[in-house]
Design a protein around this ligand. Sequence first.
Ligand code: ATP
Length: 331
Amino acid sequence: TKNFAVLSSGGDAPGMNAAVRAVVLACEREGGQVIGYRYGYNGLLSQSCRNLNAKTVHNLIQQGGTVLHSGRCPEFKSEQSAKTAAANLNEKAIDCLIVIGGDGSFRGAAHLSKYWSGQVIGLPGTIDNDIPGTDATIGYYTAIETAVTSIDKVRDTADAFERLFLVEVMGRHAGFLALKAAIASASDYVILPELFESEDKSLNEIELQLHKHRKDVEHDSFIIVVAENVWPGGLDALSSSLAQRTGSEIRPVILGHVQRGGSPVSQDRILATKLGCEAVQAAYDGDNCIMIGEQKGELVRTPLSEVCDASKPLTASTVKTMKLLLNNRYA
Ligand code: ATP
C-alpha cells in the first residue's frame, strides 16, 4: 500500500473538493492513508496538514472552493524550499504527492521532484482550461455555467434599456471560458486573446456588426464578451473607444471572482472523480511526474514537462461556430 498527500494550489476552482474526495476514497480502497496539506505549497513547507478519510470527505463532492484552501507560495521556487518539502514528506512517510492546480502548480511539482524520491502526480484544476493534455480542466464547466447565467441576466436588463453591454470574463491569458460563455449566452461579439489582432480591427468589426444588428433586430441591445487581459487599458478603455465610435451608451460589467465559486456542475464532479481515481491508479502503476487528463473520453497520462511549457489552442470547431454566428456574422 501507498500513503498519499494531496494539496490544491494556485487559483481555486469548483470541483477541487470532488477530486480530493476521489483521491481519498480510491486510496482507502487500496488500504493506504491520505493527508491533505493546507494553503498549497505553504502547508507543505510548514508541515500544516490534516488526515483525510471517508468521514472527512463525506458530503464534500458538491462543495465549491477547496476545503484544503489554496495558496500562492513564491518561495517554493527555491532549492531550499524543495528540500524542506521533501524532508516533510519523508517525515510523514508519503509515497505520492497529488497536486491539484494550474501550470504554475505543476512547475512547482516538477521542481519538487528534483529533490524528492517520491512520486508527484498533477490534476488539472483551474477555471481557465489553459492546460494541455486534457480537453477540460476541473472547474471549467462550472465557470462556463456561472458566466452564462450572469450574461443572461445582463441581457435582461440590456434589452429593457436597449444598451450596449461589455462583459469581462476570466481566463487569465486564454479565451476558452469567454468563447464558450459567448456562444451559450448568444452574445453578439467576443474578444479573445488567441484571435485578437488590433484595437482598430476589433472596433471596426464591432461597429459594422452593431450597425447591421440594429437593422436586423427590433430592439438594439448588444452584448460583447471580453476575455480579461486582452484589451489594452482594460474594459474602461474599450468602453470609451466604443462610446466615441458608436454614440451608444456603454455599460461595462466585470464578472470577476463569482466565476471561481459555486457548487460544481455534474460535469466537473465527474471529471474530478475520474481524474482523482486515475491518479491513485497511476501511482500504483509506478508513474511519476505526470498529469492526469481526459481527451476524447479517454483518461491520459502526460509528462508534467510537456504540460507546463506548451500552449493549448482553442478548439477549432468551436471557433468555427463562433465565426459563423458571432464575430463574422455579417461578413
Ligand atoms: P492558476 O493559473 O489557476 O492561477 P497556477 O497553478 O498556474 O493556477 P500559479 O500562481 O502560477 O498558479 O502557481 C501556483 C504556485 O505554484 C506558486 O505560488 C508557487 O508556489 C508554485 N510555483 C509556480 N511556479 C513555480 C516554479 N517555477 N517553481 C516552483 N514552484 C512554482
